[in-house]
Design a protein around this ligand. Structure first.
Ligand code: SF4
Length: 457
């Protein structure tokens, strides 16, 4: 008798990712969670059976952007229902965590709201949503069990460069930031789990791994030797993977920099000479109001130590202008610090209140016009520094990891050790290779060059 095998019809899932690299990583893991349940990824929103918005709460008006997107999805859901189909709509990520109940109230057609610590439960929550046929489900708890213990093995196909979350959450409570409320307390994944995931990414073709954490240098996980490994030890452990060529990490806090991390920059060749170390302000008064618990002088000292260990280190930072109470002198202190440190790149923002954070209700909010003027002045300086740093690379040979085709025919785009984008005319066969390139041109945002000697592996 012939055995009849019934192939389940694939369910199509569309995930839109907002915000930081941690959300990019989370989206990849959501696909990993859903794949064993018959879901396949689609880029076609209209044809999707499951739509997930993986949201970010860092930028201003983040929630409004989500509601606007949900308005479009609502119409598509109604069209699909009219044709006898069903579209499950889920909101995940930090807006879900911060505003879950409000989302259910304002957008009752949303089937599921799931916080960043609960997405390992997606299959179960989707089943419940289907059974309930309309009444939404809200899961924004911080489960006792770490979600990483319940996630399936990460898919290996992140590509040439992979993100790997090693730490989540934050105990710092900077007064402007929602992360401690949306991602919860600091949690570090065990070393063995991280090494296994890294090996998997490398098997899948990754040559560079960026370790992610809201506060990545607060990392402290149990090592295979039974001792606690901090980030420096983890970097050394990863550097032993033979086919992994480059390691990066982000985002760090000045207070969690330790000797071991600085030594890793001196001694581990695979650790790239680039550091994103937010300072936020150059004024001690504002740093104290922000609850950063470090001074501008502390920051300068830490940068000096990193630069002694790795003289060519390129620095990046986050800066906020117009924090409540910021005076002209405070802002000048920020300009002075930026001038003195010299950043290869930086992210700068006008302060904008996040509901529920202490700074949102602080008196002495700075007028919008003043914030705009200060941001323009700061960005002028930062752009100049970034351009100067890029121009200093002209005439040098940098090793470039090629990631993908460029916008022009016959062009590839890669990254220098300093995280600059590098455009080069080269064969697609070089994607995934680290190749010396002579840098011949620089703009504020990227470099151009030519391959010196392709080294094919
Ligand atoms: S250390 Fe970073 S993540 Fe933590 S509260 Fe401060 S800004 Fe937010």
């Amino acid at each position: 008798m012939t055995k009849i095998v019934v192939t389940p019809i694939a369910k199509r899932v569309f995930i839109k990712t907002y915000g930081c690299q941690m959300n990019v990583y989370d989206t990849a893991r959501m696909f990993d969670v859903l794949a064993p349940h018959g879901f396949v990824a689609t880029e076609d929103l209209q044809g999707a059976d499951l739509v997930i918005l993986n949201t970010c709460h860092i930028r201003e008006k983040a929630a409004e952007k989500v509601y606007s997107e949900l308005g479009t999805i609502r119409r598509l859901k109604a069209v699909k229902a009219g044709l006898g189909g069903r579209m499950i709509v889920a909101v995940a990520g930090c807006v879900a965590q911060a505003e879950g109940a409000e989302i259910m109230r304002r957008a009752p057609y949303v089937d599921l709201v799931v916080g960043p610590q609960s997405y390992h439960r997606l299959p179960e929550l989707i089943t419940r949503a289907l059974q309930r046929g309309g009444a939404g489900i809200l899961d924004t708890s911080f489960p006792v069990e770490p979600k990483f213990d319940y996630l399936p093995e990460a898919g290996a196909s992140q590509g040439v460069t992979a993100f790997l979350t090693v730490q989540e959450g934050c105990n710092k409570f900077c007064s402007f930031c929602v992360v401690p409320y949306t991602r919860g307390a600091e949690y570090s994944r065990p070393v063995a789990q991280i090494l296994a995931e890294a090996r998997n990414f490398v098997r899948g073709g990754a040559r560079e791994i960026t370790l992610l954490g809201q506060n990545v240098n607060a990392y402290h996980g149990e090592g295979p030797d039974g001792r606690e490994w901090r980030l420096g030890a983890l970097i050394r452990g990863l550097a032993e993977l033979p086919d992994l060529d480059r390691i990066r990490y982000t985002t760090s806090h000045p207070r969690d920099v330790d000797d071991e991390l600085i030594a890793a920059h001196r001694e581990v060749a695979k650790l790239m000479p680039f550091l994103h170390l937010p300072v936020q302000s150059g004024s001690d008064r504002i740093l104290s109001l922000m609850n950063r618990r470090h001074s501008a002088a502390d920051y300068r000292r830490i940068v000096d130590r990193f630069r002694s260990a790795r003289p060519d280190l390129a620095l990046s930072s986050d800066l906020i202008v117009g924090y409540p109470g910021e005076t002209k002198d405070d802002f000048q202190a920020t300009l002075d610090l930026v001038e003195e440190i010299g950043f290869a790149q930086a992210f700068s923002f006008k302060y904008s209140p996040r509901p529920g954070t202490p700074a949102a209700s602080a008196p002495a909010q700075v007028p919008e016009k003043v914030k705009s003027e200060r941001l323009a002045a700061l960005q002028l300086l930062l752009t100049k520094q970034q351009r100067e740093f890029n121009e200093s690379c002209v005439g040098r040979v940098l090793r470039v990891l090629f990631e993908k085709p460029g916008r022009h025919e016959g062009q590839l785009v890669g990254r220098s050790p300093y995280l600059q984008g590098v455009h080069v005319a080269a064969e697609a066969a070089l994607i995934g290779q680290i190749v010396p390139a002579l840098i011949s041109g620089a703009s504020a945002n990227s470099l151009a060059g030519s391959v010196v000697a392709p080294v094919l592996r």
